[in-house]
Write a protein that binds this ligand. Structure first.
Ligand code: GDP
Ligand code: ADP
Length: 206
């Protein structure tokens, strides 16, 4: 039998409040054999967030020690806090042939793209307008006005990078956006075995 599962990476980026977490929750049931990369961050947990599920919440000193130890595949400062992806669990999931899903910012995308280009597929997610983004951040009710303002201020700078991504989803109607994300995840999977399949078919010609 041809092996249909090979480790691959799917990166989601987009301004805070565009709906990345909501979309992911919506599509997990439709994605086979995935591993969601849990990031490490120095930002404070929100009400309801659980250490080790939403993020690994650490102090700035702990994060900087991990940087010194070369523990991160990538890390960046986003909205004044550190966020990073630990390398070990990613390597394990890739070796197990999983689809590894990242929710990381545009800086992290650039780093992972440069390091692992051949197995990366990326999708930029945004809202139809900045006004919609602002409404979503306010209605999420998880952050102070000051924190929301910072996220809105940074949104345009993040959207500037949308051309660097393989796909673009405008998360207007949630179900439409979710269907598109499932399609992209499936294509990422199929693409990951293309090299091996080409070798099999090429051997016909030997
Ligand atoms: N570079 C990088 N960015 C991350 C990582 N984890 C989360 N982010 C990004 O950090 C930003 C802020 O995330 P968060 O504090 O959860 O706020 P939210 O986007 O408003 O829900 C988002 O753009 C995430 O995509 C990571 O490990 N590395
Ligand atoms: N398509 C959508 N239509 C309306 N509201 C949405 C949609 N997608 C997400 N939201 C809402 O927008 C807010 C921000 O979504 P969230 O998933 O936390 O964004 P992100 O993870 O990108 O920061 C949440 O309150 C969420 O319920």
């Amino acid at each position: 039998m041809i092996k249909e599962k090979k480790g691959a990476i799917l990166i989601l980026s987009g301004p805070s409040g565009c709906g990345k977490s909501t979309l992911l929750k919506e599509v997990y049931k439709d994605i086979d054999d995935y591993y969601f990369s849990i990031s490490t961050t120095t930002r404070a947990p929100r009400v309801g967030e659980v250490n080790g599920i939403d993020y690994f919440f650490v102090t700035k000193e702990e994060f900087e020690k991990d940087i010194q130890n070369d523990d991160f595949l990538e890390y960046a400062k986003v909205h004044d806090n550190y966020y990073g992806t630990s390398l070990k669990p990613i390597n394990k999931a890739l070796a197990e042939g999983k689809l590894v899903i990242f929710d990381i910012d545009v800086q992290g995308h650039e780093i992972v793209r440069n390091k692992l280009d051949s197995i990366v597929t990326s999708v930029f997610i945004t809202t139809p307008s900045l006004e919609v983004l602002e409404t979503r951040l306010n209605s999420r009710n998880t952050d102070s006005l000051e924190i929301i303002e910072k996220r809105i201020k940074n949104a345009k700078g993040e959207v500037e990078y949308f051309q660097d991504y393989d796909y673009l989803i405008i998360n207007d109607d949630l179900q439409t956006a979710a269907k598109q994300l499932v399609c992209i995840a499936n294509i990422t999977r199929i693409k990951s075995t293309l090299f091996e399949k080409k070798n099999i078919v090429s051997s016909w010609l030997n």
